[in-house]
Design a protein around this ligand. Structure first.
Ligand code: G3I
Length: 300
C-alpha cells in the first residue's frame, strides 16, 4: 500500500499522528495528515487544562475541532489524556487529598460523557511512574496509591465501549526499572480485575542508531499479560531510518501491537523540532525514515 495508514491496515493495525487544532488551517499539514494516517491523537486539546479550564465547566471546542476533522475524513481518534500530573488547570493544581480525588473522578466522568462511544481508546492515566520504577510524586499520587485504579474503574463505568490505556515514556527497554514498575502494575491490575485494556509506549527515542535490542521483548511481555500495546508518541532524533524501521518491525512482530502513532506530521510541527524527528520535512515531503516505515509495514 502507498500510505502509512493503508499499509498498517493490511495487518489490522493503524498508523496515527498527533494533531494540533491550530495547524488544521495549514493546507500542507492537513493534506498530508488526512492522506497518510488513519488514527489521530489530539496533541494538547483533550488534556485536563483544555477540557476543564474552570472546575465543572467543560470546554470541548478545540478537542471537537480535531475529532470532527478526523472523523469527517475517516480517521479514528485516541483520547489523550484524563489524569496526569502535568497540564492540569490551575484550579486542579491547587487541590489535594479527597478534594483532588473527587475532582479527578468528576473530570473523567465529564470528559468521557462527552466523547462516550466515539473514541478508539483513552489514555486514562499518563506518566505516573518515576525513572526508578516507583510512582512519580505528584498531587495525584499524594491522594493515595490507589488513584490509578480508581481512575480506570471510573473510566470503565463512564464509557464501557472505549479501550482504556496506561501511557508512559522510557518504558521501551525491558530491563529498565521504570518498565518493570509499569509492568508490575499492569500485572497486578489484571490479577485483581482492575479494568485496563492497553499500554501505550510513547517511544520518544533519542540518540544512537539502534533501538533497545529488547524492545520487542517489552511489547510481547506486556501483551502476554492480556493487554494490547501501542506505540503512542513516536519521534526519533534525526529520524534515524534504522530506528524507525526497527520500532515498526518490533510492533508488527507482536500480534497485540495494534498501532503506531507519530507525535506530529512535519519536523517543524514537533515539540522536538530542532531534532528533525518526524517522517515529513517542513515542506511536507517524505523523508527516508518514511520509506523505511512504509516498507516494514508492507512486509508485515
Ligand atoms: O497554546 C499556548 C499559546 O497560546 C502560548 O502563547 C504559548 C506560549 O508558551 O504556549 C502555548 O501552549 C503550549 C502548547 O504546547 C501548545 O503549543 C504550551 O506552552 C506547551 O507547554 C505545550 O507543550 C506540549 C507538551 O506536551 C506539554 O506538556 C506539547 O505541545 C506536546 O507535544 C507535549 O506532548 C507530550 C504528551 O502529551 C505526553 N508525553 C510527552 C509529550 C511531549 O512532551
Amino acid at each position: 500500500a502507498g500510505t502509512l495508514g493503508a499499509a498498517a491496515a493490511q495487518s489490522g493495525r493503524y498508523f496515527g499522528t498527533a494533531i494540533a487544532a491550530s495547524r488544521l488551517g495549514d493546507s500542507t499539514y492537513a493534506t498530508v495528515a488526512a492522506r497518510e494516517f488513519n488514527m489521530v491523537t489530539a496533541e494538547n486539546e483533550m488534556k485536563p487544562d483544555a477540557t476543564e479550564p474552570q472546575r465543572g465547566q467543560f470546554s470541548f471546542n478545540s478537542g471537537d475541532q480535531i475529532y470532527n476533522w478526523a472523523t469527517q475524513r475517516g480517521l479514528k481518534v485516541r483520547g489523550h489524556t484524563l489524569a496526569w500530573h502535568a497540564q492540569q488547570p490551575g484550579w486542579m493544581q491547587s487541590l489535594g487529598g479527597s478534594a483532588l480525588r473527587q475532582a479527578m473522578i468528576d473530570h473523567i466522568n465529564g470528559v468521557m460523557a462527552h466523547y462516550r462511544g466515539k473514541l478508539a481508546a483513552w489514555d486514562v492515566v499518563n506518566e505516573a511512574f518515576a525513572e526508578n520504577g516507583s510512582r512519580r510524586s505528584s498531587n495525584l499520587q499524594s491522594t493515595g496509591n490507589d488513584w490509578i485504579e480508581v481512575a480506570f474503574r471510573t473510566a470503565r463505568a463512564a464509557d464501557p465501549s472505549v479501550k482504556l490505556c496506561y501511557n508512559d515514556y522510557n518504558i521501551e527497554n525491558w530491563t529498565y526499572a521504570k518498565t518493570q514498575g509499569v509492568y508490575n502494575m499492569i500485572k497486578d491490575f489484571k490479577s485483581r480485575g482492575v479494568p485496563i485494556d492497553c499500554v501505550g509506549l510513547q517511544t520518544h527515542f533519542t540518540g544512537g542508531s539502534s533501538l533497545p535490542s529488547n524492545f520487542q521483548t517489552t511489547l510481547s511481555s506486556f501483551a502476554a499479560l492480556g493487554v494490547d500495546v501501542a506505540l503512542t508518541e513516536v519521534d526519533v532524533t534525526n529520524a534515524s531510518t534504522s530506528q524507525y524501521a526497527g520500532l515498526t518491525q518490533a510492533c508488527v512482530n507482536v500480534p497485540r501491537c495494534i498501532g503506531i502513532t507519530v507525535w506530529g506530521v512535519r519536523d517543524g510541527d514537533s515539540w522536538r523540532s530542532s531534532e528533525s524527528p518526524l517522517l515529513f520535512d517542513n515542506g511536507g515531503n517524505k523523508k527516508a525514515a518514511y520509506t523505511s516505515v512504509l516498507n516494514a509495514l508492507n512486509a508485515a
